[in-house]
Design a protein around this ligand. Structure first.
Ligand code: FRU
Length: 523
């Protein structure tokens, strides 16, 4: 797929008028009034203008850094910069000035960053390790001239922990000799056994791997793809992970896919396998979905997290290229998903990469209500939740005591706009219906289908962990075995949450409901 198909905006206008040399400075602030319509209250959003993929994430000296694809001049996609924010707890974010601006080689597309602790690059010192960002230079002029080599991989480095950046003089470090039109999103990981850095990048329908001892000189080592799959892959992320409850280490390769996601459009997927320093061998022929929802794209992980916790944490872009540029927000466009911890478990169907909301989100809990042993036979409004559009619910269902055909919950306002989440034992599915979430529909495709997620409802129990934040819902099922992320835009915030049951009863063994604080200083 060609880039101008992915970003259905008038590229010509952007090339001529915006060019690649924007120099606008972004104001530094963490205390803006984040009260505008549809603005999530505990998800990361840019202060203003367009954002897509998370980029260059690393942890250093107590701070989680988050960079992101950013266009400071408009609320639609345009010549990309890297926006920047940092956090001490992954929940409260401080906006920082733009980190990377377009230059004469092009705009700054997605990529990663690593802390070069041993100064293998020689760009810093062991006392003051450099942070090395890898990104794609995208040259619009070359794209227009159809040179096919308009995407190349480059470096930038920071000698003060990620606050100021210098582009490497020898850019690009991986030129596009094969002239592959889609050749982008380099992300690096350290491979301890071979003592090499490994870079993964997306080359149309494959991932290409390169190795290096110094993060500057890269050698192509292998590629990985699936026979017969010619969808566009983006934003790969290769990393090791320990299998829960054992010492076994497997390798995960996350790739985001531009079409035919389970509920339409774009989504993040993964393979589990082994990586020997040269080749990635997947255990299965096909990928699994990291998230079954429509709105978790370009999910990637943080580099350099403290080893002792053996944690893998990441974040995704909470939108979908099918409608991202038309969603009805005014000053800004797009949010990130909640930050998530990934865990690898072994199940009867092989390895499973679980996604869980990071524990730090518990800092946001305000008031709580507990309800145990509750039978729902018709409908029950949960009055205990003070603010249903900014809430967390932890619900354990007793499926053994549930004989209802379909049960679930709905969130709605008095305009009749609603979001309905339903579980059906006979189809073994959860469905999420946002088709009536707004009386005025901003896009056809957004309201077209009811989304479905396969879940085994023949078990005794079903555990749900749900976050609702003004314009999004994230549902973590059975301790992260499956997850669903979806966005919606009611013309008035949802005011009520009600549980419902059709033709029978369903039983909640235990549940906790919380209202959550805003992460922004809205005083
Ligand atoms: C994914 C993506 C990347 C690219 C970036 C451009 O959403 O298409 O492949 O680097 O966005 O903004």
């Amino acid at each position: 797929m060609k880039l101008f198909k992915i970003f259905p905006i008038t590229f010509a206008i952007i090339i001529v008028f915006a060019g690649c040399l924007s120099t606008k400075e972004e104001p530094v602030s963490s205390s803006l009034e984040y009260q505008d319509k549809h603005r999530p209250q505990f998800h990361f959003t840019p202060q203003a203008n367009w954002m897509n993929d998370p980029n260059g994430m690393f942890y250093f000296k107590g701070k989680y850094h988050l960079f992101y694809q950013y266009f400071p001049d408009s609320t639609v996609w345009g010549p990309m910069h890297w926006g920047h924010a940092e956090s001490s707890d992954l929940v409260h974010w401080q906006h920082l000035p733009i980190a990377l601006y377009p230059d004469s080689l092009g705009c700054i597309f997605s990529g990663g960053a690593v802390v070069d602790n041993n100064n293998t690059s020689g760009l810093g010192s062991e006392k003051n390790p450099p942070i090395i960002a890898t990104f794609t230079h995208h040259d619009f002029v070359g794209e227009k001239a159809k040179t096919n080599d308009f995407q190349k991989q480059s470096l930038a480095y920071s000698l003060n922990g990620g606050y100021d950046w210098k582009k490497y003089d020898g850019n690009p470090v991986i030129p596009n000799v094969e002239k592959i039109k889609d050749f982008r999103d380099p992300k690096v990981v350290w491979h301890e056994e071979s003592k090499n850095w490994i870079l993964s990048l997306a080359a149309y329908d494959k991932v290409k791997f390169y190795s290096s001892q110094n993060l500057i000189d890269w050698t192509f080592i292998s590629d990985f793809g699936i026979e017969g799959d010619n969808r566009l892959w983006e934003c790969p992320d290769l990393f090791p992970i320990q299998v829960e409850g054992s010492n076994e280490v497997k390798w995960v390769l996350i790739v985001s896919i531009q079409k035919e996601a389970p509920n339409g459009g774009t989504a993040s997927s993964y393979f589990i396998g082994d990586f020997d320093g040269k080749n990635f061998i997947s255990d299965a022929d096909n990928q699994k979905w990291l998230d079954w929802g429509t709105d978790n794209y370009a999910f990637v992980t943080w580099n350099n997290l403290p080893e002792k916790h053996r944690q893998v944490k990441g974040i995704g872009w909470m939108s979908n290229w099918q409608y991202a540029q038309t969603v009805p927000t005014e000053k800004w466009r797009s949010a990130m998903t909640l930050p998530r911890e990934l865990r690898l478990s072994q199940s009867s169907e092989g390895y499973l990469l679980k996604s869980l909301p990071v524990k730090e989100l518990q800092f946001l809990r305000k008031d709580s209500a507990t309800i145990s042993n509750l039978e729902i036979s018709d409908e029950k409004i949960i009055k205990e939740i003070q603010n249903p559009s900014q809430a967390e619910m932890v619900v354990d269902l007793n499926l053994a005591k549930t004989d209802s055909d379909a049960f679930g919950f709905k969130i709605y306002n008095d305009l009749g706009e609603k979001l309905v989440i339903e579980f059906n034992k006979s189809t073994n599915q959860m469905s999420v219906d946002r088709t009536q979430s707004n009386v005025t529909k901003f896009s056809d495709v957004f309201y077209e289908d009811v989304h479905t997620v396969p879940i085994d409802l023949s078990q005794e129990e079903l555990k749900l962990h749900i976050f609702i934040d003004v314009a999004s819902i994230e549902i973590f099922i059975n301790d992260g075995e499956a997850s669903y992320t979806g966005i919606f835009f009611p013309s008035k915030d949802f005011e009520t949450i009600a549980l419902f049951s059709k033709n029978g009863e369903f039983n909640i063994s235990n549940s906790k409901f919380y209202s959550l604080n805003s992460i922004w200083n809205t005083e």
